[in-house]
Ligand binder design. Sequence first.
Ligand code: F6R
Length: 606
Amino acid sequence: MCGIVAYVGPKDAAPILLEGMQRLEYRGYDSAGIVVSNKGLKVRKCKGRVADLAKVVPARFKGGLGIGHTRWATHGVPSDENAHPHLSADQRIAVVHNGIIENAGELRAKLIADGVEFASETDTEVLAHMIAHAADENDTLEEAVRKTLKSVVGTYGIAVIDAERPGEVVVARNGSPIVLGIGEKEMFAASDVAALVRYTRQVVHLEDGELAVLKADGFHTFASDARETAKEPLTVDWDAGHYDTGGYEHYLLKEISEQPETITRTMSGRLDERFHVAHLGGLNMDARETRGFRRVKIIGCGSAYYSGQIGAQLIEELARIPSDAEPASEFRYRNPVVDPDTLYVAISQSGETYDTLAAVQELKRKGGRVIGIVNAVGSAIAREVDGGIYLHAGPEVSVASTKAFSSTAVAFALLALHLGRVRDLSPADGRRIVEGLRRLPGQIEEILTQSDKIAELAQKYATHASMMFVGRVRGYPVAREGAQKLKEISYVHAEAYPASELKHGPLALIGPDMPTVAIVPDDELLDKNLTTLGEIRARGGRVLMVGHREPEAKLADDVIVIPKNEIELDPILLTIPLQLLAYHAAVALDRDVDKPRNLAKSVTVE
Ligand code: F6R
């Protein structure tokens, strides 16, 4: 969740660290700090944003070795003291850390018994003191770090520097990402490639349990038992431009607006007009294997899970394979039965979500066949799975997921087509879906032109403290995602229910103060949905309907009409106006749209 940046080379580290940290701010942002080495360690840290830190970093803050951190508080409130880096009592060792040290309490008690005085409430500070002790007893910093980590239980991505070894940074990973960036006579490390792409596109991802030593002229990696490991650098295809707002007021609006191109990239080279199939070479599965699955189980967290619900519906409809989605965070803790005839699909934009990664590892340990639908190339989940589909949606910076959501839904349509066409989906239906997919980008463009109208509706509805979202079958995951978007960025309370369940409880809430956003596609359930609207209006509830045509009777106060596609693909389009509704509500309420309170972009802790 937090961000780490490290630099060693001929330039001054501070501006590089600050710039990198700014790029990572979307991951964690309640405090920030940097340390550089120049005849001793020089530290500046404070509660607040990277911009606040930049103001307290003096112009003459020289030194070609440094580490920086943006924090999202777990142990201890956001404060100057709890901000990273943390230093050993003798000011020799500085550490920045992402993750959670689970046995920090015990380690801290031991250190206190040995007379160590703590300067913060964080779990990280124990690492600084322990590494300093180990550094006195070991010849190298890498050895001191490696030995210290042997007594640590928990997750970490760390970067460590030693005032007595001003030419090197040691980094280590266990459950929290660390990427090395290879430059010309300089080396970088970060928790996310976003911090590196301005300087280099040659990167190396560390595996869990791996450590690395970085010097200006290169790096070496090794495992927790000190064995050297061999790493092949990867070239990232994202550059710094992908991380700019591109003239938009917020990353979120940019990412919503990019969706015609991003879903086009997800489909690119994968649709076959001759056989009406999808080519998904990354699955690493032949036709016989593909035919063999009897169930599909989809796991992911938050919006990724909701996109998985859309995916399950698509696979059941097109491939007629029983499918369902479950939050990865629940799945991993309920000792799931892992079945050899089930295809497991893990979804993650970041590819680093800890719960999803842990669920994948549990599945693999039990012999399950797992594929990934992932955006971040080379991320932990992408490396862990047996094959998969990359989204190619480009970096998603805003905390709330939008373009990754639509690209995931499109990837599921491709997977459903692929699974369907090796089974009983007819060529005619295959063609219908391929043509429908091709129409999606243009139809999203059309929906985006309604942004001003949706902004007016958002102003009107966002004055309520609470909103209900309802949808049936294909519309239900859409309603869930709509409610999620609204609550997370505008802080308006929103609940999603299957429309069919309303009268089994939540109808009691409906009245003039609780408007409903109703997902009403023109499908076989249209009449049922219209009946629900009648029930809501009979209780004095206001209705904002999202669908394909105005209802004949006056059943809705406002209607957002969107273009019609094939019924199986409609959910992809129905989510777009809800993204705009949430965005404009957040703007109307003057929220921090891209960085909603209490949230971080990728949740790399439990
Ligand atoms: C909501 C949102 C989150 C993520 C979830 C999983 O807008 O962004 O719910 O979908 O944290 O993240 P990834 O997809 O990176 O695994």
